[in-house]
Design a protein around this ligand. Structure first.
Ligand SMILES: Cc1cc2nc3c(=O)[nH]c(=O)nc-3n(C[C@H](O)[C@H](O)[C@H](O)COP(=O)(O)O)c2cc1C
Length: 363
């Protein structure tokens, strides 16, 4: 049994949020030694015999591996040193709001173990932009891509949301590899209403002047519960505002399972449908990039994503259930797949798989 599985036996006896907070406290204090103890420090990994797992996004960021950590796990940017010393290709921290906030009443995070899924209604609990900025400044990123996910405070009225995003952009643009406007979490009342085109325009209009001073790539993260018919207008907006790209998806609402957002295997089908739709609509020649997330739990989910035309992906829930072992396993599987096909670079593998996906009309 791996060290992570032993740890999980204990952690899963605790309330999910208590387990999360205690783990984060440990990971932030002993990042390097815990990465080593878990057998996942990149220093320990064998060279991959001339294989190149990296992928350079259209925004110029170079992911060392095509799987990154999704937002919400390291909300306060306290364990960047840990997450960048294991084989994640990129790490996204946040959601950060301008002011610190408590989030929703507890309990607010639940395990759906059989389904390898989570239900959460955290509500952007975080220490606020000043503290999180300091954490980012002092972090050792091991040369990796670190993005910051931005959200509005609960107390901010919808009409003042653009000002929250403006403040956050100004604060984090100088210290981030990329930024994300998050209007897709289901746990802040009214937040997802900001996904309508007019509200999005007011947010991105408010950022226009600042974006002339900072060329930090800017993404928009969307919900899987948007109508598929709304996708073309969002892709068009991303192009109009010269966004770096889209991230899909956030958690999904399943009223039958409780109040909050569902992530993990239960999100797989819905997430994939939305990702396929976005990839289908995005013009291959466009400068926009796409980051896939939502229900990716097995290596075959990644291969499906690549066949659908995606390149880099993020995970959250699968990491809770499988730990860093998952990254080690996917790294091995990717190496085998590349060797089987006589391909040395992940970029070439993506082109080949996307071509196959197209000729089969997807799988
Ligand atoms: C407990 C929890 C908290 C989350 N918090 C955030 C957040 O603050 N901001 C955000 O953009 N996404 C947040 N997410 C969503 C994840 O980033 C991701 O989009 C979603 O969980 C789907 O991916 P997964 O199935 O791999 O978990 C959160 C997810 C979970 C489970």
């Amino acid at each position: 049994m791996s060290i992570y599985n032993l740890f999980k036996r204990v952690a899963f006896q605790l309330d999910p949020e208590v387990a999360h907070n205690q783990s984060m406290a440990l990971l932030s204090r002993f990042p390097e030694s815990l990465a080593t103890f878990l057998g996942a420090h990149e220093r320990l990994l064998e060279e991959s015999q001339d294989l190149d797992f990296s992928y350079t996004l259209k925004d110029g960021n170079d992911w060392t591996f095509p799987v990154g950590l999704a937002a919400g796990l390291d909300k306060n940017a306290e364990a960047i040193d840990f997450f960048t010393s294991i084989p994640f290709g990129a790490v996204e921290v946040g959601t950060v709001t301008p002011l610190p906030q408590e989030g929703n009443p507890k309990p607010r995070m639940f395990r759906l173990k059989e389904e390898e899924s989570l239900l959460n209604r955290m509500g952007f609990n975080n220490e606020g932009m000043e503290k999180i900025f300091k954490n980012l400044e002092k972090s050792d990123r091991h040369g990796k891509v670190v993005g910051v996910n931005l959200g509005k405070n609960k107390v901010t009225a919808a009409e003042n949301a653009p000002e929250d995003y403006r403040k956050l952009f100004e604060k984090f643009a100088p210290v981030s590899s990329y930024l994300v406007v998050n209007v897709s979490s289901p746990n802040t009342p009214g937040l997802r209403d900001l996904q309508n085109i007019n509200s999005l325009k007011t947010i991105f209009d408010a950022l226009t002047d600042l974006r002339k001073n900072f060329n930090t790539p800017l993404y928009l993260k969307i919900s899987p519960d948007l109508a598929l018919d709304d996708v073309p207008a969002i892709v068009e907006l991303a192009a109009d505002y010269k966004l770096a790209g889209l991230i899909a998806t956030n958690t999904t609402i399943r009223k039958d399972l409780g109040v909050g957002g569902i992530s993990g295997r239960l999100l797989k089908e819905k997430g994939r449908l939305m990702r396929r739709r976005v990839l289908e609509v995005m013009d291959k020649a466009a400068p926009q990039e796409f980051i896939g997330v939502g229900g990716i739990s097995e290596f075959s989910d990644l291969v499906d994503f690549w066949r659908d035309g995606g390149k880099v992906a993020q995970i959250y829930t699968a990491f809770i259930y499988q730990g860093p072992d998952l990254l080690l396993d996917w790294r091995k599987r990717l190496a085998s797949l590349m060797k089987e096909r006589g391909i040395q670079s992940f970029t070439d593998l993506c082109s080949e798989l996307a071509q196959e996906g197209k000729s089969k009309g997807g799988s």
